[in-house]
Design a protein around this ligand. Structure first.
Ligand code: SF4
Length: 218
C-alpha cells in the first residue's frame, strides 16, 4: 500500500468512538521522506476543523521553535498517535480530553503502517502522553526529555515538552521551557542527519566491497 492509499483509507475510519464527532481525520503532514517525525498526542479543535496537525496556538509555538532551530516545518513529518479529536461532550460544549487507551490502541492501525512507510531515523515525541505511548509507560517528561531511547519505529526516539504545556508555563520571567523545546528539536534533527550520513557511508562502503569482490571474481 502506498502512503497516499493509506491516508485515503484512514479518512473513512470508524474503528473507535472518536469517529462519531470528528470533522476531519488528522492523518499528518509534511515530508514523508524526512528522517525525523514529530508525534503529538492527538488533534485539538483547530486541527479537527482544518484537518492539519499542530496548527492551533500550540502548533504556532511549535512552528516558532522549528524556525528557531533552523528547520523548515515542511522538511519534517508531523502527526499524532491518535488521528481524531478526543473531546468530552457531556456539557454540550466540547472540551479537549486525553484519548483513552482503547482509542490510542485502535489508532495504531494507522500510526504503525504510517511509520513503517516513512521509516524515520528519529522520532521526536511531543509531550508526555506521546512519550508514554511510544517510548515507555512510565516516561517522566521533565527528567527524561532530550535523551535517546530505543524505538520500535525508528533508530531512536527522543521526547520533548509539549508546546501547549510551555504556553501554560510561560510568564514574564520565564520562557516556560521554550528553549528546551528548541534544543530538543535541534538534537533530534542533528541525530537524524548523522544517521542518514552513516547510512550513506555504509552503502558507499558496501558498494566498494561489492566492486572489489566483483574484481576478484572476474
Ligand atoms: S481515532 Fe483513529 S481509530 Fe479512532 S476513528 Fe479516528 S482514525 Fe479511526
Amino acid at each position: 500500500m502506498t502512503f497516499e492509499e493509506l491516508r485515503a483509507e484512514a479518512q473513512g475510519c470508524l474503528a473507535c468512538n472518536l469517529s462519531s464527532r470528528r470533522t476531519n481525520v488528522v492523518f499528518g503532514e509534511g515530508n514523508i521522506l524526512s528522517p525525523l517525525v514529530l508525534i503529538g498526542e492527538g488533534p485539538g479543535d483547530t486541527e479537527d476543523k482544518t484537518g492539519r496537525p499542530f496548527v492551533g496556538k500550540a502548533g504556532q509555538l511549535l512552528d516558532k521553535a522549528l524556525a528557531e532551530a533552523g528547520i523548515e516545518r515542511s522538511s519534517v513529518y508531523i502527526t499524532n498517535t491518535v488521528k481524531c479529536r478526543a473531546a468530552d461532550w457531556s456539557t454540550g460544549r466540547p472540551m479537549n480530553r486525553a484519548p483513552t487507551e482503547e482509542e490510542t490502541l485502535a489508532c495504531r492501525r494507522w500510526l504503525v503502517p504510517q511509520l513503517g512507510l516513512i521509516k524515520p531515523k528519529v522520532i521526536l515525541c511531543i509531550g508526555a502522553p506521546s512519550a508514554k505511548n511510544l517510548i515507555k509507560k512510565n516516561f517522566m517528561i521533565t527528567k527524561e526529555r532530550g535523551q535517546y531511547f530505543p524505538s520500535e519505529f525508528a533508530k531512536t526516539a527522543i521526547a520533548t515538552l509539549h508546546p501547549a504545556y510551555i504556553l501554560r508555563q510561560q510568564n514574564i520571567s520565564g520562557d516556560g521551557g521554550f528553549s528546551l523545546l528548541v534544543a530538543d528539536i535541534q538534537k533530534a534533527w542533528e541525530a537524524a542527519q548523522r544517521l542518514v550520513e552513516k547510512d550513506a557511508m555504509g552503502k558507499a562502503d558496501k558498494m566498494v566491497i561489492e566492486a572489489e569482490e566483483q574484481g576478484t571474481l572476474f
